[in-house]
Design a protein around this ligand. Structure first.
Ligand code: KG4
Ligand code: ZN
Length: 358
């Protein structure tokens, strides 16, 4: 089976063709970085217009690389949400148009499900269900029990900001560029993490929820007290290192609580998967590896190209669904409506600590 996946929910216009054997036959990721850089962050309207301009080129280029025509595909999938709605509409309409004109099945994929299943996209063999997923991206920070394809139980979520958002704002406050995550990681390499006292929001509390707004505010207060003018390189490095260590401590603490729940429910489920754009961070991966070693679970992190937004994870999530329930049940109607919000676990209770500021 060969599926085309299209991803347009944020600031990457991406497409990929993936086989049911887990082979990424061809892929293209066009970053809109330069379109958004002047604004220091993703501007939804700019993103939507850029997706509209780039999506045809990205899809055609991917088809050409694979040397395939649309008629040779088994299905077309696109991110149906959650995400910036203008971009999602562009991707969904493109997939619908290809599906309608070539009489192919169309699938709308939850963007978070794409991230959740990306660790199973491997020719080397799939990570078995169930596993604990730590999904850390620009828009989400969640711990999920991935019981099977389409079977997700949310154990915790952020009560305010996503971790990627905190990375991006930290970089913006320090004037070190956009996107913030890679900039903070690079700056932190030479920093002294112990110099500034930063909070570890939610650490030590029961449950698996997160909070990052207090950490972001603490960075702001420290930055405001630094000497005026362009920040010194050492100040930036120390603050980034302190921020990253605090974020790592919080992730490890909350994930440790989630492992308690998963291991008591499924003594055999012994994998911890970390996915989403922030999972590209090598320091945080090492921090989670320490936790995994301590808890005797295997840490699985997809390759960095699969951590940040991409079309392959969308095509793969479609393949998983088709394999799980069969094509006729897996496909969506062409009147599917793009969704700005689309919880992976619709039954999840509200964050237990909602309203409490760290
Ligand atoms: O999953 P993703 O590509 O898009 C969303 O669905 O949000 O994640 C983007 C986020 C951004 O906040 C970006 O700064 C962050 O992932 N990110 C990183 C790193 N690379 C990307 N954060 C920390 N360290 C990195 N190396
Ligand atoms: Zn994402």
């Amino acid at each position: 089976m060969i599926v085309l996946g299209i991803e347009t929910s944020c600031d990457e216009t991406a497409a990929a063709i993936v086989s049911s054997e887990g082979d990424i036959i061809a892929e293209t990721v066009l970053s809109q970085l330069e379109d958004h850089r002047p604004f220091g962050g993703v501007v939804p309207e700019v993103a939507a217009r850029a997706h509209l301009e780039y999506v045809d080129v990205v899809v055609s280029k991917t088809m050409a690389k694979a040397d395939l025509s649309f008629h040779e595909l088994d299905a077309v999938a696109a991110t149906g949400g959650p995400g910036l709605i203008g971009g999602v509409i562009v991707g969904i309409m493109t997939a619908k148009a290809i599906a309608a004109s070539c009489n192919l099945p169309f699938l709308a994929i939850n963007h978070m499900e794409g991230h959740a299943l990306s660790a199973r996209l491997s020719k080397a063999g799939k990570v078995p269900f169930p596993y604990l997923l730590l999904l850390i991206s620009g828009g989400h920070c969640q711990l999920l029990n991935v019981k099977g394809c389409g079977k997700y139980k949310r154990l915790g979520t952020t009560i305010d900001d996503a971790l990627g958002e905190a990375f991006d704002k930290t970089a913006k406050m320090l004037g070190i560029g956009y996107p913030g995550g890679p900039a903070v990681e690079a700056a932190a390499k030479k920093g002294n993490a112990a110099r500034f006292a930063l909070p570890r929001p939610m650490k030590g509390r029961p449950g698996c929820d997160f909070s990052f707004s207090g950490l972001k505010t603490a960075v702001r207060h420290i930055a405001l007290e630094l000497p005026e003018g362009p920040f010194l390189k050492t100040d930036i490095a120390d603050l980034c290192a302190g921020f990253q260590v605090a974020a790592g401590d919080v992730l490890a603490d909350r994930t440790n609580n989630a492992l308690d729940i998963i291991i008591s429910d499924h003594p055999c489920g012994n994998s911890l998967v970390v996915a989403g754009g922030v999972a590209a961070n090598q320091f945080l991966r090492k921090r989670l590896q320490i936790l995994a070693n301590k808890r005797s679970v295997e840490l699985i992190a997809p390759p960095i190209s699969l951590c940040t937004d991409n079309g392959a994870m969308i095509a793969w999530a479609a393949i998983e669904r088709i394999q799980d329930v069969g094509m006729s049940q897996a496909q969506d109607n062409l009147n599917f409506r793009p969704r700005p919000r689309w919880p992976l676990d619709p039954d999840a209770p509200k964050a237990a600590f909602a309203g409490i500021k760290a």
